[in-house]
Design a binder for this molecule. Structure first.
Ligand code: C2E
Ligand code: MG
Ligand code: MG
Ligand code: MG
Length: 275
């Protein structure tokens, strides 16, 4: 029995060790990828649900490693957050998004409406990110670039992040709460929080045409947003039923594979920005 335990723990140690090495390797390579400008931003179009017209895009980070292949942001963003790389990554995202808008501008293409970039709760621990954002985006009219953040920001450091977001809003920038409904923000926080938009989480949107309770949730979020003077974006819209229900409920904007997947900047310009 003792030997069995020993074998088990050795196997356990080995697989633990393997996983740690994998994460360390991933981290080292991510660091280099950021330094060498090897990440890429993809852009997913967003459409007005009344007119059907393009009104914005979300910038989504992509990482293709020469050895490891495509790595999901669901894997490398949390890693960057845990291991102190999120500031460098976040700076790169802001820089790249701004540079892209300026490039399109030079090419005589219109802005894609409002371009939203994702931020992580860790970026709100100091005024650094907001300062950096304001500095870097000053050449872009505020209605053309904004940020998304998740409810965890509110939970982490309410007073501080509230002040920081207020500054962004005072400069006219849009601030959206991403994945709305999946966190635990209380309604009283929400009414005080300086945001302009709620993005309804895709897990609700994708069940709303099949399950009454999810439909009710989406309906309630939209009604509440309206009462608070906030815009709504439905994310993850994949079929016509969901689209039509969202129109009926008076949701403002949709984003999802039904109308457009995230694509490279060139592809985005070709498909969505050409007159
Ligand atoms: P998110 O901000 O909620 O982004 C939406 C995710 O849903 C994206 O996944 C997008 O590709 C996916 N999506 C869009 N439409 C549909 C649809 O119709 N069906 C389905 N099944 N999925 C859809 P992605 O690109 O893998 O990003 C995952 C998450 O990683 C993002 O969720 C965001 O939290 C994070 N992330 C991505 N890029 C960045 C970034 O530059 N900075 C930070 N901090 N986080 C990022
Ligand atoms: Mg987002
Ligand atoms: Mg989301
Ligand atoms: Mg998310």
């Amino acid at each position: 029995f003792a030997r069995q335990v020993e074998t088990h723990s050795r196997i356990y140690d080995q697989s633990m060790g393997k996983q740690l090495r994998h994460r360390q390797n991933l981290l080292d390579r991510l660091k280099l990828a950021i330094q060498n400008d090897e990440l890429e931003l993809y852009y997913q179009p967003q459409f007005d649900l009344q007119s059907g017209k393009l009104v914005g895009a979300e910038a989504l980070c992509r990482w293709h490693d020469s050895e490891l292949g495509q790595i999901s942001p669901l894997e490398f963003i949390p890693l960057a957050e845990e291991r102190g790389l999120i500031r460098a990554l976040g700076d790169w995202v802001i820089q790249t998004a701004v540079a892209q808008l300026q490039k399109w501008n030079k090419q005589g293409l219109p802005y894609p409406g409002l371009l939203s970039i994702n931020t992580s709760a860790h970026q709100f621990d100091t005024p650094y990110m907001v300062n950096y954002f304001l500095e870097r985006t000053h050449a872009i009219p505020a209605e053309h670039i904004g940020i998304e953040l998740t409810e965890s920001v509110m939970v982490r450091n309410l007073d501080r992040s509230m002040k920081l977001l207020k500054r962004l809003r005072e400069h006219g920038y849009h601030v959206a709460i991403d994945d709305f409904g999946t966190g635990f923000s209380s309604l009283s926080y929400l009414s005080q929080f300086p945001v302009s938009t709620l993005k309804i989480d895709q897990s609700f949107v994708q069940r709303m045409e099949k399950e009454q309770s999810y439909f009710a949730l989406v309906q309630t979020i939209i009604a509440m947003a309206k009462a608070l003077g906030l815009k709504t974006v439905a994310e993850g819209v994949e079929n016509e039923e969901q689209y039509n229900l969202l129109v009926e409920l008076g949701c403002d904007t949709m984003q999802g594979f039904l109308r457009g997947k995230p694509v490279s900047a060139d592809e985005f310009a070709k498909r969505w920005l050409k007159k």
